[in-house]
Each structure stands twice: as structure tokens, then as C-alpha cells.
Ligand binder design. Structure first.
Ligand SMILES: Nc1nc2c(ncn2[C@@H]2O[C@H](COP(=O)(O)OP(=O)(O)OP(=O)(O)O)[C@@H](O)[C@H]2O)c(=O)[nH]1
Ligand SMILES: [Mg+2]
Length: 242
């Protein structure tokens, strides 16, 4: 995993980096053991911790964090729900701009999931959009125990300019990210495969991008075994957890 450069800005709420994960997430297909680790981790309870509207409200450093980032309405909160097997631990909506704060969820004391407000939503008042984006980007660039960003891309639409800007920002900050395609139930298999190939080609020239896109459908509960395995590779081991 790339190391964060010393010059990277840090933000309040953190001290030492979290311990190194037991295994690395190198983007390869998960083994049976990885899948089992994912099943076990997410069979354990998920607990909503807090919502944060400002950087100085961030919780103290704890377990490794995985952030769910992407354009407004791409399905970030739905992904948190499907991944953790909850109907509505994270609030979802048809109306873009539903999630307006950073929402932290604790996964069995071993991992934290961070559901972010969406970027690229032009219809809210500009001052509000600017404030969300500043908060999200500052968190993404400067959180020392952020281990992985899941960068969600709508399977129907593919990459937009703003997604590539976020990829470049994550690359500069040396924050590893993995692309997750959402709403695969709304796209034909051939079209989805073509879109995944196009994105994979872009990712190959992006620093800090890990592996191939993972296709998911929260509506059909598809793709979550692999995603759970990827996340489990970043969790503190069961014996480290309190
Ligand atoms: N068909 C289908 N709809 C989905 C899927 N995932 C999310 N949706 C729908 O997409 C809409 C937006 O989902 P959210 O999870 O609220 O999206 P979000 O990215 O958290 O949105 P913001 O918080 O506004 O940035 C909701 O109406 C969801 O029901 C999916 O896999 N398939
Ligand atoms: Mg949301």
C-alpha cells in the first residue's frame, strides 16, 4: 500500500496511524479464506457512531476507516446498508443530496465505515454544495487512518469528469481507492462489462487505484461477498479488537 507522503496535510481528530492490516488488499480476486473473513466480519454487528458536519468533530483515531465516496445519488448509503445487511442503518433517498454529513459506522470495533455526502450535485444552494465538498475533500485528503476509499460509479453512466478529478486528488494524496460500480441491475450485462473495461483502462494510468471495478447491486444484493472480503483485508484482526 502506498505510504502517505510526509507533506500530506493532516486534519484534527487523529494521532498515530492505525495498525497495519493483517493482509494487504492488492486487487486480486479474493480467495475462499478472504471470502470467509468477509462473511465473519459482517456477520458481526454494525453500530451507527456519529454524524459529523465539521472537521473538528471527527472522532479520535481508532480502527481503520473505509470511506464511501461518489457523486450524489450514486448509491453510497444503499451500499452501506446492503454491505452490513441492514435495511436503513444509513439513510437513502431518491432525492440527490440526502446525506449531508459524514456518517461513521463501527463494524465490530475492527473497522469503521464512513458514508460521505455526494459530490457534483449542482441543485442545492452553491454555498451548501461548496461546504459539503470542502468537508469531504479535506477528510479524504487528510485522514491518517483512512485505509481505502470505495469510489462509487453509477453502472449506467460510467466515469464523469468530477470522478476523474477525485481520482487525481486521491492519487496526489496517496490514498488507495477501489472503484465500485453501482445499480448493476439497471444495466445489461454486456454494457456493464464494457463500462467496467473502460474504467479499468483509465485506472491503469491512475496512481493509488487498486484492482478492477467491482460490480454491485444493492437492489439485488449482488457483489457484496467480494466487497466484504476486500474490506475484511483492511480490518484489525479479531484479536486486536477490544
Ligand atoms: N435499482 C437500484 N437502485 C439503487 C441501487 N442502489 C441505490 N439505488 C437507489 O438510488 C437512489 C440513491 O441511493 P442512495 O443510497 O441514497 O445514494 P447516495 O449516493 O447515498 O446519495 P446522496 O447521499 O444523496 O449522495 C435511491 O433511490 C436508491 O434506492 C441499486 O443497486 N439498484
Ligand atoms: Mg447518501
Amino acid at each position: 500500500m502506498p505510504l502517505r507522503p510526509d507533506s500530506a496535510p493532516t486534519i484534527p481528530g487523529d494521532a498515530a496511524p492505525a495498525p497495519v492490516a493483517a493482509r494487504t488488499d492488492d486487487g486480486a480476486s479474493p480467495s475462499e479464506a478472504d471470502l470467509e473473513a468477509g462473511r465473519l466480519l459482517f456477520a458481526r454487528p454494525t453500530r451507527f457512531m456519529l454524524s459529523v458536519a465539521d472537521l473538528d468533530q471527527l472522532p479520535q483515531a481508532g480502527p481503520p476507516e473505509i470511506a464511501f465516496a461518489g457523486r450524489s445519488n450514486v448509491g453510497k448509503s444503499s451500499l452501506v446498508n446492503a454491505l452490513t445487511g441492514h435495511r436503513a442503518i444509513a439513510r437513502t433517498s431518491n432525492t440527490p443530496g440526502r446525506t449531508q454529513q459524514l456518517n461513521f459506522f463501527d463494524q465490530d470495533g475492527r473497522l469503521r465505515l464512513v458514508d460521505l455526502p455526494g459530490y457534483g450535485y449542482a441543485k442545492a444552494p452553491k454555498a451548501q454544495v461548496d461546504a459539503w465538498q470542502r468537508l469531504v475533500f479535506a477528510y479524504l485528503r487528510g485522514r491518517p487512518n483512512l485505509r481505502l476509499v470505495l469510489l462509487l460509479i453509477d453502472g449506467r453512466h460510467g466515469l464523469k469528469k468530477v470522478d476523474e478529478e477525485v481520482m487525481q486528488m486521491l492519487g496526489k494524496a496517496a490514498v488507495p481507492y477501489r472503484v465500485v460500480l453501482t445499480k448493476s441491475d439497471l444495466v445489461g450485462a454486456g454494457e456493464l462489462a464494457g463500462r467496467a473495461d473502460d474504467i479499468a483502462a483509465t485506472l491503469r494510468r491512475m496512481p493509488a487505484a487498486i484492482g478492477e471495478p467491482i460490480a454491485t447491486s444493492a437492489a439485488r444484493n449482488h457483489g457484496f461477498e467480494e466487497l466484504r472480503a476486500v474490506l475484511a483485508a483492511h480490518a484489525e484482526s479479531a484479536t486486536d479488537a477490544p
